[in-house]
Every structure is written in C-alpha cells, then in structure tokens.
Design a protein around this ligand. Structure first.
Ligand SMILES: Cc1cn([C@H]2C[C@H](O)[C@@H](COP(=O)(O)OP(=O)(O)O[C@H]3O[C@H](C)C(=O)[C@H](O)[C@H]3O)O2)c(=O)[nH]c1=O
Length: 180
C-alpha cells in the first residue's frame, strides 16, 4: 500500500495494493500490522464498523464525539464522495485546518482520520456507499455537529447548490460556538 501525507501530518491517504486479474480485483482493505507500521506508528484497535448510503448532494457532518473520541478509517465502496477531516485539537498547530480528498469505488483510496478530528463528506456521484472503521463506540450523548459551512474553517466543498442535510446537521453551529 502507498501512504500519502496530507497538509495535516496525522491525516493520511492510503492507496491499497490492488491485484487485478481477468476475474476482477482483490485488495487487503485493512491489515493491522501494515497499518500500524506504515500509517500510525502506534497500536490502533478498531471496535466498530459503519456503512451508510447517501444520495447525490447529501452532506453528512461535520461530526465528532467529545467522549469515546473516534479515529476513523474511511473509504467508499460505491460512487464518490468529497471527504473532509477538520483538526479540532485545541493545542494543535493545525487547529481549525481541514483536509479534503475524493474517495471513490474507482480510486479505492482510504483516509485515516485520528481522534481529535471532525469528519464529514459530500456525495458527488448519484449515490455513494461509505464504509468505515472506528476506534471507539458510538456515544450519541457526546456527539457534536459543526456547521459544514463554518467560515472559520472555510472548507472548499465541491458543492454546486445547497447540500441536503439531516435535521441535526441543519442546526449545527460554527466551531467557535461549539468548542468555545
Ligand atoms: C453514527 C451512528 C449512528 N447510529 C444511528 C443513529 C441514527 O438513528 C442513525 C443515523 O445516524 P446519523 O444521522 O448520526 O448518521 P450520520 O449523519 O451518517 O453520522 C455519521 O456521520 C459522520 C460522517 C461521521 O463520521 C460519524 O460516524 C457519524 O456522525 O444511525 C448508530 O446506531 N450508530 C452510529 O455509530
């Protein structure tokens, strides 16, 4: 696999090795030994797998949990999304900065988003299926949404018209109001 740095040191793009043949393809989507050696450099334990399907123009996020903070290894198995991680670690030199990458079934790219980041994605294909591993369990009591269009973060989403949001996300506030 290839591990590609982003402008936020702890966020990594992963390009798995794909073995193609006349039947199709095979790839290891996660290998603990390789992941810890080449991506994180420290032990990582995933405890929950998630899978969501969204239609074109849907934006899910930006979400994080204040307790049971989750590292996420995300990828797309159908369609394409623009995936975004925002550094919300108060003491980080890249606090408030973001990384965006197109993830698709075609490019097979993955994004490693450590604990301490808000996460969201915008669906650019007709629909997209998004699967990801989390390093801690879902804790809805501690879940927080940040406004996708927070001017302080200023994410350059590939949005052509207003995204379709959940009720929760439509009420989300800017980072400064959320974290104080
Ligand atoms: C996240 C989650 C949700 N749910 C239930 C709760 C709701 O009844 C339903 C939909 O939840 P929600 O609207 O929060 O789903 P998303 O908007 O996709 O939330 C996710 O969106 C962004 C992109 C993320 O990175 C997070 O994993 C997560 O916040 O699934 C569960 O039962 N377990 C879970 O881990």
């Amino acid at each position: 696999m290839q591990v590609i740095d982003t402008r936020i040191p702890d966020v990594k793009i992963i390009e798995p090795k794909v073995f193609g043949d006349k039947r199709g393809f095979f790839m290891e989507t996660w290998n603990q030994k390789e992941f810890e050696k080449h991506v994180t450099g420290y032990p990582v334990k995933f405890v929950q797998d998630n899978h969501s399907k969204s239609n074109k123009g849907i934006l899910r996020g930006l979400h994080f949990q204040t307790e049971n903070t989750q590292g996420k290894l995300v990828r797309v198995v159908s369609g394409e999304v623009f995936d975004v991680a925002v550094d919300i670690r108060i003491d980080s030199p890249t606090y408030g900065e973001w990384v965006g990458v197109y993830l698709s079934a075609e490019n097979k790219k993955q994004l490693w988003i450590p604990e301490g980041f808000a996460h969201g994605f915008y669906v650019t294909s007709n629909d997209a299926e998004f699967v990801y591993k989390c390093t801690d369990f879902y804790n809805p009591k501690s879940e927080v949404s940040i406004a996708w269009n927070d001017p302080f973060i200023n994410i350059d989403w590939p949005i052509v018209k207003s995204p379709k949001l959940s009720e929760k996300d439509s009420l989300a506030k800017p980072l400064k109001l959320v974290l104080g």
